[in-house]
Design a protein around this ligand. Structure first.
Ligand code: 01A
Ligand code: AMP
Ligand code: MG
Length: 520
């Protein structure tokens, strides 16, 4: 089934090269580590030189190649270079532990890797890659890895760019699943336009060389890649690389470069406002401010609005699978209210019902998003079970609970599943519970999300454990395969977990108990 209307589309590469053709001499990227500035034509030359280097190493059209890097300039160029070659870029979160990353590499039948010069990552990845697979490292080499910065070839040796099929796989981005490994979200070339162009439509980003964006969001997630990096370039703006989130440095870059466009998670803004000496005057250049990944707590929303008073602020709701589905301009006073965009086709379906079983106004149901829209994913890599569960009869089941208001907007109320969204990252209780349950002292464990000013929700563990305290359990998690950002920030020790007659843990009850225990 394909309802895609696209037969003439722009790929990510088209967005970048057409912008370069319009303003070849305008700065496209500014590097924070070296202060290097690349004009659009220099960016194209860098990308093509690196693409030719990848080709010399044997990477070819259709190969799946993983990147596992922070937001360094070389990461941005490597993604474009692999894409320019026709390779499928699989973007792995560099915060994952080596074993989990290696499992994704093996499962995704990935045949090349670009990562940090880190021995543990490379050793784990080597075990999952085919024996001759090229590994490129940033920050030096380890053993037989190739230096990413020396990965170059003659651009004229590259095959001319050829328009791929709209439904051909372009990118894989990962999102946490209820069970097992993170799921690889397969994004086709034909999705690019919709993933980029919602930014001017919903956030009001105007086309022009006046745009200066700070790259706060991770490149390996949909927002950081499509809505910040590619959107800025395609609008002929300048993208300021921010290699690792550092609020003090971010504040200085905004001030010193008169940044106009900021897209962050609520946690980024929380951290920016806490910078010592933060002065609203310093961020007065920001015209377009968007946040996504999580709702922004009401009090933080008011503080951000006051601090960035010159900016138009927009709350952007989306998923890696569908990209933008809902938004709200001027969300102050309405932290959990959302509006379908004029092009969004959404439904509120009865929980557990068919996609035709639609809720009444005011009734809580699951947000369903039209999966025939161009921006939609193709399914999960090697996970037909998960694809069938989430993608049914032309609709994507978001797992988010909403209720329609009489005025046509929606209230976001929670999750159908028990997923916790902390700082814009998804964490499924099962993955954390499984790690805790392996500890010999733990006989029962349930993970809940508790409201948090910094992370919107924070991971809290409710455990039945004799002879292990919070410090011991935290150390256990840090030594496990669980990425650090997923581990519980608080522990609540109970004699027994509250359960219903069917033995299911009563998470609502646990949240009340946790609120009592953690209140001081
Ligand atoms: O105790 P330690 O040392 O382990 O603590 C470390 C980290 O573990 C911890 N940490 C976190 C998180 C988190 N999300 N939740 C809880 N703890 N991230 C990090 O913080 C301590 C410092 O570590 P760090 O590596 O220096 O952390 P930062 O670089 O400061 O990271 C914080 C960030 C807010 C920057 C980071 O969490 C982040 O980048 N969040 C944004 C994630 C994002 O991009 N979300 C959107 C994903 S796309 C899906 C989506 O929602 C969507 C929405 C709209 C898709 C499409 C649309 Cl249109
Ligand atoms: P992912 O599955 O990683 O693509 O994350 C998407 C999920 O993040 C959504 O299903 C929501 O639960 C949450 N999310 C994303 N953006 C927002 C937002 N602006 N407000 C509230 N929740 C959001
Ligand atoms: Mg940091």
């Amino acid at each position: 089934m394909s309802g895609r209307i696209t037969d003439k589309m722009q790929t990510v590469w088209d967005h970048v090269r057409l912008a370069a053709a319009r303003t070849p001499d305008h700065p496209a990227i500014v590097d924070d580590r070296t202060d290097r500035r690349l004009t659009f034509s220099e960016l194209i030359a860098e990308v093509e030189a690196m693409a030719a280097g990848f080709a010399i190493a044997g990477i070819a059209d259709g190969n799946r190649v993983a990147t596992m890097l922070p937001n360094v300039l070389e990461h941005a160029i490597a993604i474009l270079a692999l894409h320019r070659l026709g390779a499928v870029v699989c973007m792995i979160n560099p915060r994952l532990k080596p074993d989990e990353a290696a499992a994704l590499i093996g499962d995704g039948e990935i045949t090349g890797l670009v990562c940090l010069a880190d021995e543990t990552i490379i050793t784990a990845a080597r075990g999952a890659l085919p024996s001759a697979a090229p590994v490129f490292t940033f920050g030096g080499t380890v053993g037989d890895t190739r230096d990413l910065e020396a990965c170059r070839g003659a651009a004229d040796s590259l095959a001319p760019w050829q328009a791929p099929a709209a439904d051909a796989l372009a990118f894989v981005m990962y999102t946490s699943g209820t069970t097992g490994l993170p799921k690889g979200v397969m994004i086709p070339h034909g999705a690019s336009d919709g993933r980029v162009l919602f930014v001017p439509v919903q956030c009001g980003l105007r086309h022009g060389t006046h745009n200066r964006a700070l790259g706060l969001m991770p490149l390996f997630h949909a927002v950081g890649f499509h809505a910040c990096f590619v959107a800025t370039l395609s609008m002929n703006g300048t993208y300021y690389v921010h290699s690792a989130f550092d609020p003090v440095a971010a504040h200085a870059v905004i001030r010193d470069n008169a940044i106009t466009y900021l897209f962050g998670a609520p946690a980024h803004f929380h951290a920016l406002l806490a910078v010592p000496g933060f002065d609203p005057v310093d961020v007065g250049s920001v015209e377009t401010l968007a946040y996504a990944g999580a709702a922004m707590p009401g009090p933080l929303l008011e503080r951000v609005d006051a601090a960035f008073s010159a900016a138009r602020m927009t709350n952007i709701y989306g998923t890696t699978e569908t990209m933008n589905a809902l938004y709200l301009p001027d969300p102050v006073g309405w932290p959990t209210r959302y509006r379908p965009g004029f092009y969004s086709n959404i439904r509120v379906g009865r929980i557990g019902g068919s996609v035709e079983d639609i809720c009444e106004i005011g009734e809580e149901g699951e947000l369903l998003v039209d999966a025939t829209a161009d921006a939609t994913f193709l399914g999960y890599l090697n996970r037909p079970d998960a694809t069938a569960e989430k993608l049914a009869d032309g609709w994507y089941r978001t797992g988010d609970i909403v209720a329609r208001r009489v005025d046509g907007d929606l209230d976001l109320r929670g999750r159908v599943d028990d997923m916790v969204v902390s700082g814009g990252e998804n964490i499924h209780p099962e993955e954390v519970e499984a790690v805790l349950m392996q500890h010999e002292a733990v006989t029962e464990a349930a993970i809940i999300g508790m409201p948090d000013d910094q992370w919107t929700e924070r991971v809290v563990a409710c455990v039945v454990a004799k002879g292990a305290d919070a410090a011991a359990l935290d150390a256990w998690c840090q030594d496990s395969t669980l990425a650090n950002y997923k581990r519980p920030r608080d522990y609540v020790f109970l004699d027994v977990l509250p359960r219903n007659a069917a033995n299911k843990v009563l998470r609502r009850e646990l949240k009340l108990r946790a609120a009592e225990v953690l209140k001081d």
